[in-house]
Design a protein around this ligand. Sequence first.
Ligand code: SF4
Length: 346
Amino acid sequence: MTKVELKGLSQSKLEAFFAEIGERPFRAKQLMKWLYFRFERDFDKMTDLSVPLRKKLQDSCQITDLELKKKLHSRDGASKFLFVLPDGEYVESVLIPDNHRLTACLSTQVGCPLGCTFCATGNMGFARNLEAFEILGQFDFMARLMHPDRMITNVVFMGMGEPLLNTGNVLETIQILNSELGFEIGARKITLSTIGIPDQIEKLAQMGLKVRLAISLNAAEQTLRDKLMPGANKYPIKTLIKPITHYAQNSGRWVTMEYVMLDGINDSPENANQLVALVKDLPIKVNLIEYNTVPGIEYQPSPFKNMVFFQAYLLENQITATIRKSKGQEIAGACGQLRTQIMQEK
Ligand code: SF4
């Protein structure tokens, strides 16, 4: 008999599960506290559950933790984790300290079907979507490791994979991260980064989701974007404007356009002008991102002076723009690099 995985079930799903086995809904709250406050895995130690219920859970349920395959530390403080999943696949996560913040970067798929040409994950192909317990399991592992010395304060869905091709499991994870029975990470401290899938963004807007939304744009001109992000060409830039605007209106937060700056590819004054033409008058701010080089991929990071020029040009045009320096360069910081290395060694 396949056992029910309890980690990654949102409160409403857990309540439905307990109802199905003839238990009262408040059991969901009790169980979530054991799972996420105390990191308890042994049903026998969940002492506020009745003995017969503990036995029932033991027989029919499981709580699966991810297994750590490798952990690397960077001089700038970032740590990279490679996890083995129950079926033997690998997935990566990163923990990034920055002053008082500690950010967990999570993956949502094994590989990625979108094939962005500058990305290590995009070059490895796609295996499968992650289950909610596998997405939450990355966070949960890192949170346990840091506990009780330091709390993870922020979460970004910017690891391997496209979150909005796995929306259901990502939303389940967000509910638990955000819940007072889970990890109590405020919605404004959670960022969902996507290439931009219009109907999914519209769905999130209609749901009233409040997390920060970031669109991985990287080029404001369609032909160049198609070259950099071939899998995104099904979702033309112009079809993103309406759902992004709805999301900003409904969430009360401006949407971020992420722009990874590539030397000689998308960092010219003309590219800056195209970006201004696209985003001016929209509820959008721009994050210019330093590129992390990937072995075997020829793109190089833009010289810092080009990034500064780009930023100044956007600011001159009344567009909020920040520069984000990459962390974890010497530990294969860009998503997918560590998994690629391990797969090559196998
Ligand atoms: S950049 Fe993101 S969407 Fe593009 S291939 Fe990499 S993981 Fe997928």
